[in-house]
Design a protein around this ligand. Structure first.
Ligand code: FAD
Length: 473
């Protein structure tokens, strides 16, 4: 029989980026934290998301570099692929990070419990299964960080072989020769790009009118142009209605309304993620859940129940990004500590998409800025004119900056920075700072960029916005 609940300053349910960041940050502030995880700490991000996906995209980058080595006078022959080796490397990267994270939590004296956490009224949490089943905890505060799982389509039943989600896809031991990626958002485009680089014939089927619908139109067009050049077929404004397995189950025909079906060896469903809140709340916890199953939280990440917070993918109306979970966890812990905290400004968080060419942005797109009534000034500088881009042989893409027009006609406050091209996920930092610092173009233009570097394209765009560019008009 469970006894009295064990008291902790904070009880966190879910050990993904949102949950483990809350545990680590809370423990760093001296709080006594318990963290309940039903699978492995690290969550989707480490085991089924960001890290494994980017590891495979790096495999694709190594392939591209090897395939293009002769341009530099280096002979390598046609690259071959042993996907099992790539899988093993991915597993080793993930495992090293997992051990590091587990060690960090232990080092900070976070009490780690194994099992499924369920919130009862008055911040009591019960572990309902797993190794620690039956344990009761009393949180001074409770943080819900149970994350999300892949959404599926009723017409496409996931069987882990012909039809997979990102979960199964990242565990494949070999690659198909052809694949349809259903959903052309960030994850779908990353998968399509990686598969195509590794020699798979890829079709993206997207319901909306464009791939990467949330990005600035110039960025979307640049990626679409590049995909087309690499023979990735993109079918947009398309509705998938089902699939019919063929040839004893080695391939399937994907049915699309109003179109000929396409035969592929694998369908990768990438149509977003739903929150994981089933069974999380006992009756009368007072936590408000919206119609989609997300937890409703305010700027301080407080749910509608006193002392119960929510962070990460499970929170309603926020971008499902690991670093957003980190930021929210910090806000929640500061609020628990009674310290002033700044709510996360979701309209200005950094976005990074690791397809080839890469995409990174922060702030408003051109369309959003115009919709919001800003009088804008826009400058774009293509990487084609950047010497480092020429040196590395990656000249696709550009930097586009959207600024508010100031009285003298030059670019004032920077509203959005959008990048597509080589290593832009690593270059966004300066753009993110500019947008969030509410810097003006002339302020940023004062800063020197090293030469030759890819970041000169960002600097050049700012100079041009400030009134006079060196290379950009
Ligand atoms: C293929 C893919 C690629 C991605 N790439 C990126 C990227 O490049 N950059 C980026 O920022 N984001 C990326 N994401 C999104 C990112 O993974 C998520 O935003 C992030 O993992 C969310 O963190 P979280 O802590 O909210 O939830 P999760 O990471 O989902 O973690 C939730 C944890 O809670 C546990 N849990 C759930 N319910 C309970 C319960 N009742 N009791 C105990 N434990 C429970 C789960 O087992 C899980 O470990 C990607 C996602 C996918 C699928």
């Amino acid at each position: 029989m469970p006894g009295e609940p064990t008291p902790h300053d904070v009880v966190v349910i879910g050990g993904g980026p949102g949950g483990y960041a809350a545990a680590l940050y809370g423990a760093a502030a001296g709080l006594d934290v318990a963290l309940i995880e039903k699978d492995k700490v690290g969550g989707t991000c480490l085991h089924r998301g960001c890290v494994p996906a980017k590891e495979f995209l790096e495999t694709a980058a190594v392939w591209r570099t090897t395939a293009g080595a002769s341009d530099f006078g280096i002979s390598t022959g046609v690259p071959g692929m042993d996907f099992a080796v790539s899988q093993a490397r991915k597993a080793s990267v993930v495992d090293t990070m997992f051990k590091g994270l587990s060690g960090l939590l232990k080092g900070r004296k976070v009490t780690l419990l194994s099992g499924t956490g369920r919130l009862r009224p008055d911040r009591v949490v019960e572990v309902v299964d797993g190794e620690d089943a039956g344990t009761l905890l009393q949180g001074g505060a409770v943080i819900l960080a149970t994350g999300s799982v892949p959404r599926t389509l009723p017409s496409l039943e996931v069987d882990g072989r012909l039809v997979v989600t990102s979960d199964e896809f990242l565990d494949l031991s070999s690659l198909p020769s052809s694949a349809a990626v259903v959903g052309g958002g960030a994850i779908g485009c990353e998968f399509a790009s990686m598969l195509s680089d590794l020699g798979v014939e890829v079709t993206i089927v997207e319901g909306l009118g464009t791939i990467l619908a949330g990005c600035d139109a110039d960025v979307t067009n640049a990626v679409a142009r590049s995909f087309k050049k690499r023979k990735i077929t993109m079918i947009t404004s398309a509705k998938v209605t089902g699939h019919r397995p063929q040839d004893g189950g080695t391939s399937t025909k994907l049915e699309i309304e109003g179109q000929e079906p396409i035969e592929v060896e694998m369908v990768v469903v990438s149509v977003g993620r739903r929150p994981l809140t089933e069974g999380l709340l006992a009756d009368e916890t007072g936590v408000n859940i919206d119609q989609g199953g997300f937890v409703v939280a305010d700027g301080m990440m407080r749910s509608s129940a006193e002392g119960v917070y929510a962070v990460g993918d499970v929170v309603a109306g926020t971008p499902q990004l690991a670093h957003v979970g980190f930021a929210e966890a910090i806000v929640a812990i500061k609020d628990i500590l009674g310290e002033p905290a700044t709510p996360v400004d979701y309209s200005r968080v950094p976005w990074a998409i690791y397809c080839h060419p890469e995409v990174a942005f922060a702030g408003l797109t051109e369309a959003q800025a115009l919709e919001q009534g800003f009088e804008v000034m826009i400058k774009k500088d293509p990487f084609g004119g950047n010497s480092r881009a020429r040196i590395i042989g990656e000249t696709e893409g550009m930097v586009k900056v959207i600024a508010e027009k100031s009285a003298d006609g030059s670019g004032g406050r920077i509203l959005g920075v959008h990048m597509v091209g080589p290593w832009v996920t690593e270059q966004l930092g300066a753009g993110y700072l500019a947008v969030n610092w509410e810097a003006t173009a002339s302020e940023v233009a004062e800063f020197i960029q090293p030469h030759p570097s890819l970041s000169e394209t960002f600097g050049e765009t700012m100079l041009a916005l400030a009134g006079r560019g060196l290379h950009v008009g």
